[in-house]
Each structure stands twice: as C-alpha cells, then as structure tokens.
Design a protein around this ligand. Sequence first.
Ligand code: NAD
Ligand code: IPM
Ligand code: MN
Length: 357
Amino acid sequence: TRTIKLAVIPGDGIGPEVIEQANRVLDAVLAESDVTLERTEFKLGAERFLATGDTLPAVEQAAIAEHDAILFGAVGGVPGDPRLKAANIERGLLLKLRFDFDHYANVRPCTLFPGVTSTLANPGNVDFLVVREGTEGPYAGNGGSLRTGTPHEVATEVSVNTAYGVERVVRYAFETAQARPRKKLTWVHKTNVLVHAGSIWQRVVAAVAAEYPEIAVDYMHVDAATIFMVQDPSRFDVIVTDNLFGDILTDLAGAIGGGIGLAASGNINPDGTFPSMFEPVHGSAPDIAGQQKADPTAAILSAAIMLDHLGLTTEASRVRDAVRADLAERGAAARSTAQIGDSVIAQLPAPAHAAIA
Ligand code: NAD
Ligand code: IPM
Ligand code: MN
C-alpha cells in the first residue's frame, strides 16, 4: 500500500463546500485501491485572519511542505471588507504558497464537455490547456508607492522575467504539447509594447522550439488572443504565457468551457522539491457561500489533475469519466453542491481489476 500525505486548505466562502465534495470523490475513487490518503487540514484564509490575525504562520507553512500534495479551495473575504485591507490574504497566503513552493507551471485545462453549454453560441472543438507562469511577471510583488495619498502619488508594479524562469515554464509547455495529439503551442505575450520581457520570451521560445521540431509554434499578442479565443477556440492546443496574461485568459477560458464552476487547475512544481497544489480557478464566491449553490466540479476536476500528478492516472481518468457522465445528464435542473458530489460518485466507473491468472 501507498500512503499519500495530503494537505487540505479549504479556505473561505464556497471553498470548504467544494472541497468537501472533492474529498468525497477522492475517497470513493481510492476506496478499492491500495492507496491511502493521510489528510491534514489547515484552517487558513480570511476567516482565520479575522479570528486570529494569522495569514500563513511559518510553522504551518513548514508543515504543509511536508505533504505530497495540497488540495486548496479558495480564499478571500467579501471584496472591499475593510478589516481585510491590512491582510491581503491573496498575496500573503495563496501567492506566497505558489511562490515559495516554486509552482512555476500553473496548468489550467479548458475542455468543453459534451452536454455543457458554453457562453459561445458556436464554440466548436474546445480542448486546450493554458500553461501560466506561476512565480514571476507582475505578480512578483516588485513595486512600490511614493508620495502615497498625495495628488502626486506614484505606484509601480514591475514585472519580473528571468531567463531561467521563462525557460523552465516554456520547456514545460513544450513537453506538455509533445504529449498531446495535436502538438501545437501558442505563446502569448505583448511583445509589441512590453519589449524587454517580450524579448526574453521570444528568444527562449525560439531556442526551445529548435529542440521540438514536431511542434507547430505560433505567437499571438494577448489582446488578439482574447478575440481568437472567443471566435475560434479550436485553434488552441497548448498556450504558454506569463502570470498576469494567464490569469486573465483562464477566466475567459472558464467562461468558454461552460463556466467558472467547471474550471480546474494545478500549480505544479515539476522538480518535485515542494508539494504541488491543486485548486479550482474560481474564488470564494461570497455571493453564494453557505447556500450549497456552488458547483464543486472545478474542485473535483482539480483533484483529478492531482491524481494524475501523483501517478494515479487510472483513478484520474475514472474521476474525469464520472464528471463527464454527470455533465452529460445534468441538464438545466438546479442541484446542490452535495447532490453534484453524489452524482459524480454514483457515476464513477468500477476499477478495472487485474485478471486472475
Ligand atoms: P469568484 O470566482 O469568487 O466569483 C465570481 C462569480 O462566479 C460569482 O458570481 C460567483 O458566485 C461565481 N462562482 C464562482 N465559483 C463558482 C462555483 N464553483 N459555482 C457557481 N458559481 C461560482 O471571484 P470574485 O468574486 O472576484 O472573488 C471573490 C473572492 O475570492 C475575492 O476575495 C477574491 O480575491 C478571491 N479569489 C480567490 C481565488 C483563489 O483562492 N484561488 C481566486 C479568485 C478570487
Ligand atoms: C487565480 C486568482 C488569483 C490569481 C488571485 C486570487 C491571487 O485570480 O487563481 O486565478 O490572480 O492568480
Ligand atoms: Mn484568476
């Protein structure tokens, strides 16, 4: 038997509601396997901050680091809550984990499953994956303010792009594209304006592309990429882009793939030095929290990405098959968070047992 140490951070708002269902699905899919999940729950997020003043205490971060993977719900309070102004839970917790655990490949698949209604009238074949850089760019926190509160205030958020950081995520994206049937990679930037960062990205992509002659590479400016994503998403296979462009493109991708309640992600540390972290793309959704209205599918599909990452590829496929079956028969009927969890569990294909010799 194999024991997997799983750190669970349910977080705020709908985070705990969707993570509960993801955990149920994980238990169900692993029930007859020789894999045991050993879970530790970490109560972190806006609620914890309001109760204790803690964002991510060093001892807890060190404890999380001892796990094989992290399952993360969502954090954040009601936008504009003045009590959270000093905290910045998003930076101090979520981004801190991504940066400190070197989650440089943030993978966000976008698949329009059969039976799911896209926001697009004629979406065509939607099956692409965004590899968003996770440790650099404008998210690096490299900025500051001068003359704060005066009419001459100046604020900067300087995007950080290192040759090392760009190359490793670009390489990851090429490897990902190589493993997919269409073997296409689109890199997205804004090289016409952001010339310095754009130049690193352009040279790195050209150099790495030379090692992957089978992959068709194209480039789009990020503004144009939003047009193409809406007009003809079928042209995308793997997209690689920087941290901020990737954030924006993946919410758009979420809408195209049938809604943010279905959009899953993995924050991957491919080197395996730190635990990777799996989370729905959506936030804590204070507008529907506590009402069992949240769709847990994004969290469940994030758990499937985690299973893949842990090498449990058959289990990951069974979860995805169950989600596909649930979505296909879902229709317009409103169901609770737990009912969707029930349905996915009910649709789980039986494990294939080894033939008896
Ligand atoms: P949000 O993703 O929380 O919500 C946007 C809209 O989508 C809302 O109308 C919400 O009801 C809906 N929605 C989101 N998830 C859903 C689901 N699973 N099922 C059905 N509907 C769903 O984004 P927001 O409102 O901009 O942010 C709310 C808080 O969450 C903020 O504090 C923000 O900083 C934080 N946030 C956290 C994360 C994260 O933890 N990864 C991501 C994004 C936003
Ligand atoms: C996401 C979120 C986060 C991001 C925020 C909450 C820090 O929007 O996971 O997409 O910008 O990366
Ligand atoms: Mn986002």
